[in-house]
Design a protein around this ligand. Sequence first.
Ligand code: GCV
Length: 688
Amino acid sequence: MNERISVTILFLLFWTLNVIADDGHTLWLRGQSIGPVKIICSKSSASINIAKQELEKSWHGTPGATLVLSIKSDSSIKGDGFKLGSGKIEAKTDLGILYGVYELLRRQQTGEKIIEEMSNPSYDLRLLDHWDNLNGTIERGYAGNSIFWRNGNDSLTVTEHDKKLWQEYARANASIGINGAVLNNVNSSPRMLDGKILKKVQAIADVLRPYGMKTYLAVNFSSPAVLGNLKMSDPFNAEVIEWWKKKVEEIYSLIPDFGGFLVKANSEGQPGPQDYSRTHADGANMMADALKPFGGIVMWRAFVYSPKEKDRAMQAFSEFIPLDGQFRDNVIIQVKNGPVDFQPREPFNPLFGAMKKTSVMPELQITQEYLGQSTHLVFLATMWEEFLQSETYQEGKGSTVARCTDGSIFRQKHTAIAGVSNIGLDTNWCGHHFAQANWYAFGRLAWNNSLTSKNIADEWIKLTFAQTPPDKIGSSIFSKNWTEKFLGPVKTMMLESREAAVNYMMPLGLHHIFAGDHHYGPGPWYAPNIRPDWTPPYYHQADTNGIGFDRTRTGSNAVGQYHEPLCSQFDDLKTCPEIYLLWFHHLPWDYKMKNRRILWDDLCYHYNAGLQQVREFQKVWDRIQPYIDSERFVAVQNKLRRQCLNAQVWNDGCLLYFQQFSRRPIPYDIGRPMNNLDDLIKSDMKRR
Ligand code: GCV
């Protein structure tokens, strides 16, 4: 065998092995250097050194090229932003250099042009909220246990393995611009502030710091009483105020760059200032005063609702609008994207743009609590794009949620955005390989809230699935074949996936019709003897007359919380977008839709369309098999099978249940149910 043939065989063998196994642990950071780079940089620091290492590890530019990294005072660069140019990256801060390096490497690996360009972050604070409990479990976590906390005798020991994982985690976050993490559940244990636990927080903070990630904690409002043995936790009580001051001093003595607190108060049974007849502002300000000398912030959640009110969707607005202007300038009100709770589709929360004198930050949910958890393939960037680009009209046309929260319209002291993390100990971090795309998308949108979901999907697929080594350097690094047979179809599938989930779960504005409290499968029938706003019938209101929640001016008047012309638009059936129809209106089953179908028929067609879409995703995936390693191929194939079975259950459960009220046939040209309603009610979707 001549030498050339044996080299080719060796290469092919390596190539095949490379294509065979990939557990997904390296996420979108798979690029290996294709040649040396000469780095010129007069500065050295932990973050700059990481930037240099990243360049050496993953350089995809011309081999032997020179890159100059320089710190400049330039007023056009904001915060940790940077200027990219041919052969140079300029920034005001070391972190700016690091973010610039990640951007450059991303562009090299995706074949995107590298031109003179400025990149400033949309939000100063770009955070992941971990709902991780001290015993290692994760509330609404679907990818294994916590990477930070565990049970057992060694729960507070910090191993080399822990540190390696935290470092990988910090690197992944820095690569997409995320610069902070709340390390624990908003349903927070008072123990979180115990000295021993804080030592572990310090160890985590030390690993995250060089990557520009600050550490934050979710705190329990009753900590002074429960942990500090005080008689109460009243924010006006001198001892309570002193307790928080001392606790904050202790934290900063361990973690000098500690970010601050996240608080869920007087919400879903959590304690709060209202327990002492104080307001949210009283509670938040007391903590803010303790944090202020150290530069810390309070993120106070507006996720509040009580069973006594007639419409859960209205309560955050009703409680918080009267407090606008009363919060200290280091308080940010954290508001979920929709007015109910991370549903597959909701209109935006009317608080956005309406609280004009207070810093307000969006809270998105990356973990797919209500969107098929880690079983369904649902790319959330389309949903977040829809939300960020929603027009609030608060300051005239162009007052999108994005512009109302990123400082473009209101002079917020702080701009911030948070995403509830989908990360756990699973090897691939997120449970589903495609759920990594949601982590990635959150970071990219937090950095630039005008990115399109299409571009984000494109980048992520190239970084995550393109096979190394690339064909060529430059703009045509991806072969025509790969682009047509893999990139195109997979991107289309991702971009359609959220609408598919809305179709087979809750089309036309339906919401919160999940079974039990696991929030996975359908349960429009679920109505045990608990507070009504925790049961689906409260939301769908189906009866023989019709279906939907009447939030019009003559109903709960939730439409009144939106700025004109939205208020009238949502109120009027002629102008209400059909995607929100049953969110705002209770309508008869024979209501005529814009496409001339009656509502019942249209509902059936939507459910069926969702099911058919997932069946198509299966075909797309099977066709791309030659272009992907077998490990990830099989894992996703199996998940898609379960997603199809689940979509069938959603279709059957919802249609058979609602049919009891509509008393009409399912249109005969679409598939018939395959499950019996009684069986579905009994199983309550426990088998996923
Ligand atoms: C952390 C929903 C979830 C809860 C979550 C809550 C919140 O109700 O189901 O698990 O609690 O939102 O955001 O506080």
